[in-house]
Design a protein around this ligand. Structure first.
Ligand SMILES: Nc1ncnc2c1ncn2[C@@H]1O[C@H](COP(=O)(O)OP(=O)(O)OP(=O)(O)O)[C@@H](O)[C@H]1O
Ligand SMILES: [Mg+2]
Length: 364
């Protein structure tokens, strides 16, 4: 009787699921319903595009240069964009910017980047979201991985927490194929999403051989298909984060420009050193990225002075990501800065400067 009842519920579900959503039956330990939705991607390639001014910023050339290039190569703006504010498709934009920034014969020296700090709320997700998206706008083939059960990165791209989809957990533990797990954000830009299902990952990873290397093992076949892989981590010292560190070539430690941020950094550096020697692996390339800098706050300036004094070699000269409401708005809208920010946005300026810094440093 109980079985009949649950069967009945499943049939009802088949009828109430909207057409756009795909309903499938999955078999794990038992049979259960899984609803995969791919229709909530926040970036809409038919409407979202880049203005000539955004393209000029991404390519680091003048608007006049971009304008001439677009007309001499017969690039047409999107039909949906307004005359005053013409936007070019993601595909055209990627082709144009890549043409300007990738010099002939240059090669990518390091491609796997983690955004890391076991202190919460420093801006890891925000910076990972922006840098990954803008690197993709620049024409590189990018994979972004959400390694946080909070799933904030996935939510920013429209893969929301309450939607039942395959996640990093399914990929690492259940061996679901990468092609079934990855979500395409736009041409050349994919995401491995996450949600609360990742909370089970710690226990399961702990039981596996080479528990700190599962990420590297499972991604070894896939990484060659991408120019860059960016990973957002969770604010803990977890086995999952150990996996991300083992896999990554570059660790970007995002920290706030506040009086106490130095204390946490000292612990973090010591922990990384211990982990490298425990695993017998080379120290990863390290960048410290000061975030939420406030021009008018003396505490921000003091924190920057202290950060430079102790960690100068890891910090880009004269640079911090400034506090800006555009960063919050971007996550809420689900649109990376270049798709909506005004020409004079300091957030857009800082994010493009950071993205270009990585490209200059790791492409040679
Ligand atoms: N430069 C900035 N200016 C203004 N707000 C910012 C900036 N950077 C991040 N924020 C905001 O700070 C909050 C925390 O940022 P975020 O979620 O990126 O941190 P996190 O390190 O990923 O947090 P967690 O450790 O919980 O994963 C968010 O509301 C975000 O919008
Ligand atoms: Mg986060």
């Amino acid at each position: 009787m109980q079985q009949k009842k649950s069967f009945f519920i499943k049939i009802i579900a088949l009828f109430i699921v909207p057409k756009k959503k795909l309903l499938i039956l999955c078999k794990t330990s038992g049979t259960y319903l899984k609803i995969l939705t791919n229709d909530k991607n926040m970036i809409d390639e038919t409407k979202d595009g880049l203005t000539q001014s955004a393209l000029a910023r991404l390519a680091d050339v003048s608007v006049t240069t971009i304008s001439r290039y677009m007309s001499s190569h017969s690039f047409k703006p999107l039909d949906t964009s307004l005359n005053k504010n013409q936007r070019y498709s993601m595909m055209d934009s990627r082709q144009v910017v890549r043409n300007f920034i990738l010099k002939k014969g240059s090669e990518i020296k390091k491609k796997k980047f983690a955004f890391y700090n076991f202190k919460g709320g420093t801006g890891k997700t925000s910076l990972c979201y922006q840098v990954a998206s803008h690197t993709a706008f620049m024409g590189f083939k990018v994979l972004v991985i959400d390694a946080d059960p909070q799933g904030h990165l996935s939510t920013s791209y429209g893969f929301s927490n309450d939607t039942n989809f395959f996640t990093l957990y399914d990929f690492l533990i259940r061996k679901i194929k990468f092609d079934d797990v990855k979500k395409n954000i736009f041409e050349g830009f994919d995401c491995i999403p996450s949600n609360l299902s990742l909370t089970r990952l710690e226990v399961e990873l702990n039981q596996l051989p080479k528990r700190e290397e599962r990420f590297s093992i499972e991604l070894s076949e896939i990484e060659k298909d991408y120019d860059f892989i960016f990973i957002d981590t969770n604010p803990t010292i977890s086995i999952l984060n150990r996996n991300v560190i083992t896999f990554s070539e570059v660790i970007n430690v995002v920290c706030e420009t506040q009086p106490y941020s130095l204390n946490g950094l000292k612990l973090l550096m010591e922990d990384l050193e211990r982990f490298y020697s425990h695993m017998n692996i080379k120290p990863r390339d390290l960048n410290i990225i000061p975030n939420k800098y406030e021009d008018r706050a003396s505490s921000s300036a003091e924190a920057m002075t202290a950060l430079r004094e102790y960690y100068g070699p890891y910090i880009k000269e004269d640079f911090a990501i400034r506090r800006s409401e555009d960063i919050n708005t971007s996550a809420k809208l689900g649109k990376p800065l270049a798709l909506f920010a005004k020409k004079n946005s300091i957030a857009l300026e800082d994010i493009i400067e950071l993205t270009r810094y990585f490209l200059t440093k790791y492409i040679g």
